[in-house]
Design a protein around this ligand. Structure first.
Ligand code: GLA
Length: 382
């Protein structure tokens, strides 16, 4: 939806005075999955799909919000007990509460928003929503919150008002995104580096299974607990280990009998994934996309067999990619449904898409959705 369209709907709903309009994107992630709550590395980029919101202060003590795509409204106050019942409104409420907790003063506003990040596809529609409001309110109220803290406000919203104990990757990418660049973020030091991403001769494409699994958030939180158990057990012997990122397979093997088999294989995945992100950073520096692709397949294998966040449909698409000779393919994001991200040679692109659509439809009765990845800018005013 364009700025003009959102503006028009806002005015129809809340009157003629002009609102301000902000947008913030979803993200892809080249590699480094479930590493961001383990102090390790991620490699995301913002995409050309996001949320767009018109906002205007209303001089009352109630926020009035309208979700254009759902044609649903919500009205809520700014105190902790005013938590709205609509799932989508919790994100806006949470962002306001997290700003207030950090000492900021929020003035109530009217808002209408829309988005084109597919929901539940692993492209972080929720982070896009949080980042839109965190970024906009910071500017509109001159709060002088730095960009890292804006990302943390979105993350805390997930923790405290949505119930997902997520890492920082999605909100970080949504705020810090830069056109044509992926960002390697060290989630322990929060140091980051922009990598120009223009793989000559290759395309990045997402295939969305359109599968969404219930209980994904509790399964996500459970993965996080396993990692924390493994890390704290290792830390008893190696106090320098704060996160799994600091641990080696040898350290993990030493505590094998002190943790469950499940915690062990989860931690193994994270330790191996940390190394893969390092390998991919080096490979990108020398333009070696074959290595990038190989690591992507290894990540898929780890996410499927060790971390167990894939599903039948994602494994199927991954297999189609491999059999078609696609350079790299893996489940992207939290998992439990959603998309695969594929690094495909230009000359294989068309036949791969046809093949994936046909084979998937034969097996599951519907085609996967195809999204070309365009790496774009982060949160901004329109
Ligand atoms: C979700 C979370 C992120 C990250 C990914 C997996 O998108 O919000 O913090 O953990 O899953 O890499």
């Amino acid at each position: 939806m364009t700025k003009e369209e959102v503006n028009k709907i806002f005015k129809e709903k809340y009157g003629n005075e002009s609102p301000e309009v902000y947008t913030s994107p979803g993200r892809v992630n080249l590699i480094g999955e479930h590493t961001d709550y383990n102090g390790s590395f991620v490699f995301p980029g913002a995409i050309d799909k996001g949320m767009i919101a018109a906002i205007r202060f209303n001089g009352t003590d109630k926020i009035r919000a309208y979700a254009i795509d759902l044609d649903e409204s919500s009205e809520f106050g700014l105190n902790e007990e005013d938590l709205p019942k609509e799932g989508w409104a919790k994100y806006i409420f949470g962002v306001c509460r997290e700003i207030i907790k950090r000492g900021g003063t929020i003035k109530a506003f009217d808002t209408a928003f829309a988005g084109d990040v597919p929901l539940g596809a692993g492209m972080s529609s929720s982070a896009a929503l949080e980042s839109t409001y965190a970024f906009a309110l910071n500017e509109m109220l001159n709060l002088s919150i730095d960009k890292f803290e804006l990302a943390r406000i979105g993350q805390s919203t997930e923790h405290n008002y949505v119930g997902v104990k997520c890492g920082i990757m999605d909100q970080f990418a949504s705020i810090f995104g830069k056109k044509g660049h992926l960002i390697r973020l060290d989630t322990k030091s929060m140091e980051y580096e922009y990598f120009p991403f223009d793989p000559k001769g290759y395309k990045l494409v997402l295939l969305d299974t359109l599968v969404k699994h219930e209980l994904a958030s509790s399964a996500y939180n459970k993965r996080r607990e396993s990692c924390e158990t493994a890390a704290t057990t290792i830390a008893k012997r190696y106090p320098e280990v704060e996160f799994l990122r600091d641990a080696s397979m040898q350290m993990l093997d030493e505590v094998k009998n002190e943790i469950s088999e499940e915690d062990y294989i989860r931690a193994q995945y994270v330790i191996e994934e940390t190394q893969r992100v390092r390998d991919v950073s080096e490979a990108l520096e020398r333009g070696d996309y074959e290595t990038v692709g190989q690591r992507m397949y290894e990540t898929h294998h780890g996410m499927s067999k060790l971390y167990e966040v894939s599903c039948e449909e994602l494994d199927f698409l991954n297999n189609v990619a491999r059999e078609h000779g696609v350079t790299g393919s893996r489940v992207m994001g939290g998992g439990f449904g959603g998309c695969t991200i594929n690094l495909v040679k230009d000359e294989l692109y068309d036949s791969f898409i046809v093949d994936a659509k046909e084979q998937f439809k034969d097996k599951y009765g519907h085609e996967p959705k195809v999204y070309d990845v365009v790496i774009s800018d982060g949160a901004r005013k329109l």
